[in-house]
Design a protein around this ligand. Structure first.
Ligand SMILES: [Zn+2]
Ligand SMILES: [Zn+2]
Ligand SMILES: [Zn+2]
Length: 272
């Protein structure tokens, strides 16, 4: 199975829609890895993480097929990760959905609230269900299990990062995390990650409150190794990066490479 990282930007995308900063202009010029969509991930044929404003665009860009999706994990209710209106096209008259197709949406109470407010049809009409998730409560996704871990990213709600297990592979999908709380470190110490995707909103700049960057990303990877949470060949991946960090993809690669950290780009694949 493959996990595809479909978007690697922070909220505004990269280039940001109205931004004239140097790295946004560079992205318009070079394209390729300098272009970053809003974060989401596809895991195999049935699992998707986050449903932001670029999920549709990612589907086209990376040849995805969402018609087989069964499980949709939402980290938190911020607009760059959750656009419930885009689920309304599952209803009759907009899409031909097989009679047995059903999509389970997982999220916190704020995710539920926005779903109720913004979906113009009933859950039933869209062949959807919603499950409210709790920290450390394991979710059975058929071909995988997921464990929501509490993040310190948004004080007005309880955001989650996800530990996803597929067979022997354990992947931490860790954008919008902030520095982990002790309970999360303790939990991760019991796991053997094969890939760790870590929030790098601030690029090379050091920050760890709500979002992370630079030294905090390096320290997070080191600490994961120290507490025995990483398998020997664990992939260390920096993602969810804001254009406001002012570094090009190449500059980010130069900064993180000495620490054995890869810099994610849209379309990056992680073998599970
Ligand atoms: Zn975000
Ligand atoms: Zn910019
Ligand atoms: Zn957020």
């Amino acid at each position: 199975m493959v996990l595809t990282v479909l978007g690697t930007a922070a909220a505004e995308g990269w280039p940001a829609v109205f931004c004239a900063c140097e790295v946004c202009q560079l992205a318009r010029e070079l394209g390729g890895k300098e272009i970053r969509r809003r974060a989401s991930y596809q895991v195999g044929d049935t699992i998707h993480v986050d449903w932001g404003p670029d999920s549709y665009n990612s589907m086209i860009a990376f040849d995805m097929d969402y018609s087989s999706l069964e499980h949709l994990l939402i980290t938190h209710s911020h607009w760059d990760h959750w656009v419930p209106r885009e689920l309304s096209w599952r209803s009759r008259g907009y899409s031909q959905i097989p009679a047995d197709s059903h999509l389970m949406v997982y999220g916190n109470s704020h995710v539920r609230e926005r779903l109720d407010q913004e979906l113009p049809f009933s859950l039933e009409d869209c062949a959807l269900s919603f499950k409210q998730i709790e920290a450390f409560e394991e979710l059975d996704l058929g071909v995988a299990t997921a464990v929501p871990l509490p993040a310190t990213h948004a004080p007005s709600e309880q955001p989650f990062v996800f530990l996803l297990q597929v067979g022997d592979s354990e992947v931490l999908i860790g954008h919008d995390s902030g520095w982990f709380v002790d309970d999360v470190w303790d939990y991760l110490a019991t796991r053997q990650l094969t890939a760790a995707l870590i929030d790098t909103t601030f690029g090379t700049r050091d920050e760890r409150r709500g979002h992370m960057g630079g030294a905090a990303v390096v320290e997070t990877m080191q600490k994961l190794e120290e507490i025995g949470a990483m398998s020997p060949d664990c992939r260390r991946i920096a993602t969810h990066i804001s254009h406001n960090c002012g570094s090009s993809h190449e500059q980010l690669v130069d900064f993180f490479a000495p620490h054995g950290i890869e810099v994610a780009y849209d379309g990056l694949e992680v073998e599970l």
